[in-house]
Design a binder for this molecule. Structure first.
Ligand code: GTP
Ligand code: ZN
Length: 228
């Protein structure tokens, strides 16, 4: 199947950042990913969810169930997987580092709600992002927004971590960006091996963060207790 797909030259849509050919950090998307409008996708997915529910033997004439296929379709297209649409990528406003702040800046405890691409079950956790300015700073909220943007896709945690770092490196014009994510995968916690205690930690250390002292400093900031 994938052989037959007309893969768009990745450079053509590199600015919208989502074709995976030539860049392993990108989400694997088909070239025809945006041919249908959101409304058309919702219509199509709604029918598919209805079929799944009916196959399970559920009575969709029931008052509580009849709206579910549409609810699920809307949630997929607009919310849980809304980050597949490049138009939802937040604009990362940057400013001059006119105050010449030279240490690392850490945005910690960013809430992550994502979806595991193997089981389509939730991933729930926290991301911590750090960077060292090379003359440019980014609005604090933009780090939270970029984490959420990439989280709103079917994901593996490794790719999510790398996508966050790459987007910030591009916006800030520096390699000196790092991200650590600690998250629970409900596919591990609530089904399968059913280990409710385990969580998954991933990290991406760019540029200056390849230095272990910088990594330690980053981790120490994350551990700082917030009391206010
Ligand atoms: N590397 C990686 N694996 C993930 C992530 N999320 C889920 N998985 C794993 O993806 C794997 C899929 O393995 P399969 O053996 O094909 O699926 P499965 O039979 O449902 O596996 P079990 O979960 O062990 O029951 C599982 O081991 C999941 O724990 C992720 O973000 N990164
Ligand atoms: Zn999973």
């Amino acid at each position: 199947m994938s052989q037959e797909i007309d893969i768009m030259n990745y450079e053509e849509i590199d600015d919208i950042g989502d074709n995976h050919i030539g860049d392993v950090t990108k989400t694997p998307m088909r070239a025809d990913a945006f041919e249908l409008s959101d409304a058309e996708k919702i219509e199509k997915i709604q029918k598919n969810v209805k079929e799944i529910m009916e196959t399970l033997g559920l009575d969709l004439t029931d008052d509580s169930l009849q709206g579910t296929p549409r609810r699920v379709a809307k949630a997929y297209v607009k919310e849980l997987f809304g980050g597949l649409n490049p138009e939802t990528k937040p604009k990362l406003s940057t400013f001059n580092n006119s105050y010449q702040y030279g240490e690392m800046l850490v945005e910690k405890n960013i809430v992550v709600y994502s979806t595991c691409e193997h089981h389509l079950l939730p991933i729930i956790g926290r991301a911590h992002v750090a960077y060292i300015s090379k003359g440019t700073v980014v609005g604090l909220s933009k780090m939270n927004r970029i984490v959420d943007h990439f989280a709103k896709r079917p994901q593996v945690q490794e790719r999510l971590t790398r996508q966050v770092v790459k987007a910030l490196q591009e916006a800030l014009g520096t390699e000196d960006v790092a991200c650590i994510i600690d998250a629970k995968h409900l596919c591990v916690n609530s089904r399968g091996v059913k280990d409710i205690e385990s969580s998954t930690v991933t990290a991406e250390f760019g540029g200056a963060f390849k230095n272990v002292d910088k990594q330690k400093e980053f981790r120490d900031y994350i551990k700082l207790e917030t009391k206010f």
